[in-house]
Design a protein around this ligand. Structure first.
Ligand code: NAD
Length: 255
């Protein structure tokens, strides 16, 4: 039997990178996938890829920082499917710079998308999961919550917050059979990382080579590596995982 048969999964930021790869994998494993993204072109592209592969998906555009848009998205899912079994809070943006050089607007933008963007979808989906007495929420943190990396002050602050939030949410919602776990990827080659490397280094190829030397694996991750961990957390196979940090980092955190 498919690992996500009969489940409805909402993935935020599923128009690209890890979210897109997870959407494809979840659909392959039988989920009806709601692809969310700010960018409708990219989101619709993910839906097309899923349908072309014989899976089921719809796109709902919403900015995860805007309560009215997130609320409308959840209402639309309720009308379409009547339930949400899996919420993957994946959408996120990068933030680069040492703290004293970060402008307040740039600081707020990263905090807003990466923390509020976990809070709001959770806020509107959890009442439905409470009614269902069932649900799996996957929050996107990062290994940066555990290790210091240069020039990532605002981003690191958000991913540490998401890890703390995950544990707190788990305690509050365990009684309703809702599991809340966090993913902590290392460096995964996605448009997000390519963009970060392009804007932060004169020579991105050398930067990639140096990043690889930090990994016990000797290589960087790919979106599918994280998608497989997300699939496990989404499925009932991980039913004994609650409030856990799940590392998919090529050994960079503890290496
Ligand atoms: P990506 O840039 O490839 O994809 C992110 C998607 O989120 C984009 O399609 C973007 O349009 C969407 N998005 C951004 N802001 C949004 C908003 N306000 N509302 C809705 N959608 C929005 O990035 P990725 O590398 O796949 O990263 C996905 C998540 O994984 C992020 O939370 C990131 O912080 C986290 N992460 C990535 C890495 C990595 O190395 N790539 C490592 C650790 C954690």
């Amino acid at each position: 039997m498919a690992r996500l048969a009969n489940k409805v999964a909402l993935i935020t930021g599923a128009g690209s990178g890890i979210g897109q790869s997870s959407a494809l994998l979840f659909a392959k494993e039988g989920a009806r996938v709601v692809v969310n993204d700010l960018d409708a072109v990219k989101g619709e592209e993910t839906v097309k890829m899923i349908r072309d592969a014989g899976g089921e998906a719809i796109f709902i555009g919403a900015d995860v920082t805007k309560p009215e848009q997130v609320s409308a998205m959840v209402e639309e899912i309720k009308l379409e499917y009547g339930r949400i079994d899996v919420l993957f809070n994946n959408a996120g943006i990068s933030g680069v710079g040492v703290l004293h050089e970060i402008e307040p607007e740039a600081w707020d933008r990263v905090i807003n998308v990466n923390i509020r963007g976990v809070y709001l979808p959770s806020k509107f989906v959890i009442p439905l999961m409470i009614e269902q007495r069932e649900g799996s929420i996957i929050n996107m943190s990062s290994c940066i919550a555990e290790i210091g990396l240069a020039k990532r002050a605002s981003y690191a602050a958000t991913k540490g917050a998401v890890l703390a939030l995950t544990k707190s949410m788990q305690v509050d919602y365990a009684a309703y059979n809702i599991r809340v776990n966090a993913l902590l990827p290392g460096t995964i080659l996605t448009p997000f990382v390519e963009n970060y490397l392009r804007t932060s280094y004169d020579d991105p190829e050398t930067a990639i080579a140096s990043l690889k030397t930090r990994q016990l694996s000797g290589d960087l991750g790919r979106p599918h590596d994280v998608a497989q961990a997300a699939l496990f957390l989404a499925s009932d196979e991980s039913k004994f995982m609650m409030g856990s940090p799940f590392y998919i980092d090529g050994g960079v955190t503890f290496g």
